[in-house]
Design a binder for this molecule. Structure first.
Ligand code: SF4
Ligand code: SF4
Length: 414
């Protein structure tokens, strides 16, 4: 279907690209295909061409845009300060309103991703038969797509039981809010519990409002900005009841959206104030000096490496704090990973909507992990954990452990 020209891009921001190409080497899809249309520069050109009516919103155009991971590595590399993530979200919103997708893609995007993932109770229901199938070892009876999706499920899932207020341990330094996340609390509940424990050990009361909801990242990245704004408003109310020193999140993908509520709800002063309080768990712990007070004499014997979640490294530009914490435990047993900041192919729900490219990037990531010789890979995002785990298992490397940084630190504390 051909869309009529429509101003969906911020004109000034879309013209900021000077076509220098310095972002190309950081773009995972360009690294894989070598196609200019699969690069940031090419995609910005396509976005502008669609907006100006020079290119129809054809299947081919949408294909190149869909293949973008939204990892924002290009944004971090760009000397011209192009806000690629904002351009992509606006374009995806336009695409979803003007382009007809296949029934299967519609089902994945608008039912599974939009209607199930952001709702923990629905997600638990949907995962129940999937987990039974896996336990029965019946995956081989299904086509590849289903087998690969089942392989992403963690072998153990723990739902977080989070008190509304969890008091500081030791001298009290302040009071913070905690965002429990959707996938995090259904699949990585223990990680949430450990995150709160770390914050308590750092001297903070932790408030986890019961009426908080999905952060809106899945909607924003998938092209439904109206639903993302609605989700943001729910959280502004939930976290707005009492003064908090900070609002902590332990999932990089959610964190970058929470930090952009000020942009999502432009003109809303509460949204901007909320965003300035949002801190990634690693960022907050390091600013609180956790690495000095808790791990001064620890030195784990396990060789450890770190994978940069895209939405922490590129969208939030946080690369050192998690390394500071991991190194505080691992000491000389820490090893850097080649291409540690190249996307693993998870990218939110990308591994469901674009499984082929997701698998290529997963294979690339696993090869880089194995080059480190590490027995344990630490990261800060649930999607990366699931993607790397499935890739390592498929590559015959189940001995390489994958851990969220909160679990890694909590284990070191004993
Ligand atoms: S997005 Fe930035 S780095 Fe990439 S071509 Fe445009 S100006 Fe250059
Ligand atoms: S967001 Fe990632 S995949 Fe998309 S153009 Fe930028 S670097 Fe490439």
């Amino acid at each position: 279907m051909t869309a009529a020209p429509e101003q969906f891009l911020d004109e000034k921001k879309s013209l900021a690209c000077i076509h220098c190409g310095l972002c190309l080497g950081s773009c995972p899809t360009y690294l894989e295909t070598g196609n200019e249309n699969d690069s940031p520069r090419g995609r910005i050109y396509l976005m502008r061409a669609v907006q100006d009516g020079r290119t129809p919103l054809s299947d081919t155009t949408v294909r190149h845009l869909d293949l973008c991971l939204g990892c924002r590595a290009c944004e971090a590399a760009c000397p011209s300060g192009v806000h690629y993530g904002e351009l992509l979200e606006a374009t995806r919103d336009h695409v979803e309103h003007h382009h007809e997708r296949s029934p299967f893609q519609n089902f994945l995007r608008h039912v599974v991703i939009e209607q199930v993932f952001p709702h923990p109770e629905r997600m638990k229901l949907a995962l129940f038969p999937a987990r039974l199938l896996r336990r029965a070892g019946a995956e081989h009876l299904f086509p590849k797509f289903i087998r690969d999706s089942l392989a992403l499920l963690p072998s153990e899932m723990t739902e977080g039981v989070l008190p509304e207020v969890s008091p500081a341990i030791g001298p009290r330094r302040g009071r913070v809010g905690f965002v429990r996340g959707c996938v995090m609390n259904v699949m990585f509940g223990r990680t949430n519990e450990n995150s709160i424990h770390l914050l308590n050990r750092a001297g903070y009361d932790v408030v986890t409002p019961r009426d908080q909801g999905c952060c809106g990242a899945l909607h924003a990245h998938g092209g439904n900005l109206a639903a993302a704004r609605e989700a943001a408003r729910v959280n502004l109310t939930a976290f707005g009841r009492e003064p908090l020193d900070a609002i902590i999140i332990n999932a990089a993908g959610c964190g970058s959206t929470l930090k952009e509520y000020g942009h999502l709800l432009a003109g809303d002063a509460n949204a901007a104030a909320f965003s300035t309080k949002v801190k990634d768990l690693s960022e907050f712990l390091v600013s609180a000096g956790f690495q000095n007070s808790q791990f001064a004499i620890r030195n784990s014997q396990i060789k450890v490496s770190f994978h940069d979640a895209c939405h922490l490294a590129h969208a939030q530009r946080i690369t050192q704090p998690p390394r500071v914490l991991v190194k505080a435990v691992a000491g000389a047993n820490y090893v850097e990973m080649p291409e540690s900041d190249v996307c693993c192919g998870s990218a939110g729900s990308y591994n469901l909507t674009e499984p082929e490219m997701a698998e290529r990037l997963q294979t690339r990531k696993v090869a880089n992990i194995l080059k480190t010789g590490a027995n344990c890979i630490v990261t800060t995002n649930p999607g990366c954990l699931l993607q790397m785990r499935a890739g390592l298992d498929r590559a015959g490397a189940p001995h390489v452990e994958t851990l969220h940084i909160a679990d890694y630190l909590a284990r070191a504390l004993g």
